[in-house]
Design a protein around this ligand. Structure first.
Ligand SMILES: [Zn+2]
Length: 331
């Protein structure tokens, strides 16, 4: 961490104390070792390898999730470094879709100089790319520290690109930041791991400045009128929190938190339509209707384009591509 991070933080225990820093080791880039403490409630939190640990004594649900991700990660070897450095642009269908949607959404918004929170950053490739898209300051948060699955992976990007971003271990439902601190927040396939979607939207709305943007991409969306079925999920099998929300649940959570959500057609779906392979990327059999909608220049000129998109997200399993702006009025 760097010392200017302190100005953004609040104590996650008492939620109102500002934190102070004691440094025991630093290098030319940052404070490597030390601790931060709260005058108000006297909690202390370690800084190790530059990562601030504000999780403290995490609840059982987070510990279970941490164990699950480490189980999924399995054995690691240094050969994984090259793989990490390519993320998200890997040549398999899952990552091609994720990368396409990620790059399209980030190219669509203006991030020049913005302070951005990367929620559920994991291996932190998304934090690296936020800087490449022009963000001025990036803070990556996650519940995992370990290299190849968590925040420690950032060291690879620091060395490769000569960049820097902050890494904090914390709970996405209780964000340890002062109100109205960030110009934007990003989640790429992270928010659906929250135990309570409403709580995480309230938390991210609180730390966004008025007019700030929540960029949400690659979250799974369940078709309206269907039940959540996670019986085949490898994540659930190892104890990870997985949820599939309908588009109406996503929109309700954003709206109730004082955000105005706008849906986009995921870039991976647009490409599939152009290449005549919509049927491969969608679960619903009613592909013709969507092909007509996407191919129609009339559609975008309609005032109710957003309503059509809501309907489309309801009928097909599209990966979420949403930009939600925090309203200027109180949340
Ligand atoms: Zn405190």
């Amino acid at each position: 961490m760097r010392t200017d991070l302190l100005a953004l933080l609040i104590c996650p225990t008492c939620e109102n104390g500002r934190l102070e820093l004691v440094v025991t080791a630093r290098d030319t880039r940052e404070v490597r070792t030390g601790f931060v403490f709260c005058y108000h409630c006297q909690s202390t939190y370690p800084v190790a390898d530059g990562i601030v640990d504000l999780l403290g004594d995490p609840p059982a649900s987070i510990e279970q999730e941490q164990r699950g991700w480490l189980k999924l990660l399995g054995e690691t070897t240094p050969e994984l470094d090259a793989h990490m450095l390519q993320l998200p642009d890997l040549p398999d269908p899952h990552w091609l879709s994720q990368a396409t949607n990620f790059h399209a959404l980030l190219s669509h918004v203006k991030l020049a100089g913005a302070r951005v929170l990367d929620i559920g950053s994991g291996r932190t490739w998304s934090a690296r790319w936020l800087l490449r898209y022009g963000a001025g300051q990036v803070v990556a948060i996650d519940i995992l520290r370990e290299k190849y699955i968590g925040l420690a992976t950032a060291e690879l990007f620091f060395q490769a690109d000569d960049i820097y971003f902050e890494r904090i271990l914390c709970d996405m439902e209780h964000l340890p930041f002062a109100a109205e601190t960030f110009d934007a927040v990003l989640s790429t396939a992270s928010l659906h791991h929250a135990l309570d979607l409403g709580r995480v939207f309230n938390a991210l709305s609180r730390i966004l400045r008025p007019g700030g943007l929540a960029l949400i991409v690659n979250e799974p969306v369940r078709r309206c009128g269907t039940e959540q079925d996670l019986s085949n999920s490898p994540e659930v099998a190892v104890g990870i929190n997985e949820h599939t929300y309908t588009i109406l649940e996503w929109l309700a959570a954003a709206t109730k938190a004082g955000l105005r959500p706008q849906l986009h057609v995921p870039q991976s779906v647009k490409l599939a339509q152009q290449e005549g392979r919509l049927g491969e990327v969608l679960v619903s059999p009613r592909v013709n209707y969507l092909a007509q909608l996407l191919g129609s220049s009339v559609g975008k000129r309609l005032l109710n384009w957003q309503s059509l998109l809501v309907k489309t997200y309801c009928d097909y399993e599209l990966p979420l591509a949403m930009v939600a702006r925090k309203l200027d009025t109180a949340y």
